[in-house]
Design a binder for this molecule. Structure first.
Ligand SMILES: *Cc1c(COP(=O)(O)O)cnc(C)c1O
Length: 391
């Protein structure tokens, strides 16, 4: 059973895939002694993102027998992605963090060759990027990489007042817990002063509509990760929006030899793979996929509830990041003498190693990244651990 078979042709569905359970000819995990991990959590970079879709692997494999000019490929793939996402221009980056470096660099340099060459060491006052104070996060380091400094504001009036001749961009972190400025106000203030706006929505699909929403709203640049729920290469991402800014971002990127983005190389494989992933994601039957996730929580939940006192419930994360169902598991600690934390540790150290989470005294079993054949493995392992701890 393929979870994403809805929109696939029979041919694509039968391709060699990460969903396939046939043993590979050569086991590289074994050869290097690397532990394969079952991800009953969410997409995380340190856990290698997500499993690429069969269509992505096909794109990578089938294009690996010829060279391509990367300028031409980025032109063509960018034009196609822009068409698919109803925006002016697009490019494939080495991830959303790379998109943030390149987007910021584009807003600083435009197409000025001298500035591109000097970045991040431009003479004169440092370029300024506006962010809401509550939007500061680990990933804004990508903005600072360009030599820009971040000006924190609270409220639309403060944002307007903070904009000056050094301001190059305004960054909106879409999944920030709280905002003192709404998307609409943010755009209004920036547009009134002609400041480009950038929205980071790296982990914000599903729902698929988010891939269209923010450029339509008026953001000049938008990024999504390629290797999260879009299931492209984890070393890929999307940057899209205004044509002049994408052109400037590309001048700041590999394969140009010297700009700031040169170490963030994207090769043919990521470009074809990202295109294939996006196409597959847009064509997928999202309702069916959601129903499959719900079914997974039911399957695992039903099995776990055969252990006395165990209660499970499906919880949908409100998002915008990771907005999908997972299974929350609770039990009577007088009867089952283990904590969610201990279960998470036991899952991790077991064979196979399973990564799950715990929060507020619940064990959280993620279902969306499991291969179909791993659903029962996870259910059985959790059940065995809880049974073992039963008084
Ligand atoms: C994951 C993430 C990033 C980084 O994305 P990569 O594709 O891993 O580079 C940036 N911003 C947010 C909000 C993210 O969740």
């Amino acid at each position: 059973m393929l979870p994403f078979a809805g929109a696939l042709t029979a041919k694509a569905a039968s391709a060699v895939t990460p969903e396939a359970t046939t043993a590979p000819k050569r086991d590289f995990f074994k050869e290097l002694g690397v532990t394969p991990v079952i991800n009953a959590s969410v997409t995380m970079t340190f856990l290698s993102g997500s499993l690429m879709l069969p269509e992505v692997l096909e794109a990578i494999n089938s294009t690996s027998y010829d060279f391509a000019n990367l300028y031409e490929l980025q032109d063509k793939v960018g034009a196609k992605i822009a068409e698919m996402l109803h925006c002016e221009a697009a490019m494939v980056t080495s991830g959303a963090a790379c998109a943030m470096v390149l987007g910021t660099a584009a807003c600083i340099t435009g197409t000025d060759e001298q500035k591109i060459k000097m970045l991040p060491n431009l003479p004169g006052p440092r370029p300024e990027v506006i962010m809401q104070k509550s939007h500061r996060y680990l990933f804004d380091q990508a903005v600072l990489t360009t030599g820009a400094k971040i000006i924190e504001v609270e409220g639309a009036a403060a944002m307007a007042a903070a904009i000056n001749s050094n301001t190059v961009m305004a960054l909106f972190f879409n999944a920030a817990g709280k905002s003192s400025i709404t998307h609409e106000e943010f755009l209004k203030v920036a547009k009134a002063k002609n400041i480009p706006t950038f929205l980071d929505a790296a982990a914000d699909v599903p729902p698929v509509e988010n891939l269209f929403k923010f450029q339509k709203m008026g953001f000049d640049l938008v990024t999504f990760s390629g290797g999260k729920m879009i299931r492209g290469p984890q070393s890929a991402g999307l940057l899209f929006g205004r044509k002049d800014l994408i052109a400037a971002a590309r001048l700041n990127h590999s394969p140009h030899e010297a700009p700031i983005g040169r170490p963030m190389k994207v090769n043919k494989e990521e470009m074809f793979g990202m295109y294939a992933a996006l196409k597959a994601y847009l064509e997928r039957d999202h309702k069916k996929e959601w129903a499959d996730w719900e079914q997974r929580t039911k399957t695992i939940g039903t099995k776990l509830e055969t252990v006395p006192t165990v209660k499970t419930r499906m919880v949908v994360d409100p998002g915008p990041a990771n907005a999908f169902p997972s299974l929350f598991v609770n039990w009577d600690r007088a009867k089952i003498k283990t904590t969610p934390k201990q279960v998470v540790a036991a899952l991790k150290s077991g064979t196979p190693s399973i990564v799950a989470n715990e929060r507020d005294d619940s064990l959280i079993v993620g279902v969306v990244l499991l291969r179909p054949d791993q659903i029962d493995i996870v259910a059985n392992r959790v059940k065995a651990i809880l049974q073992q701890a039963s008084a």
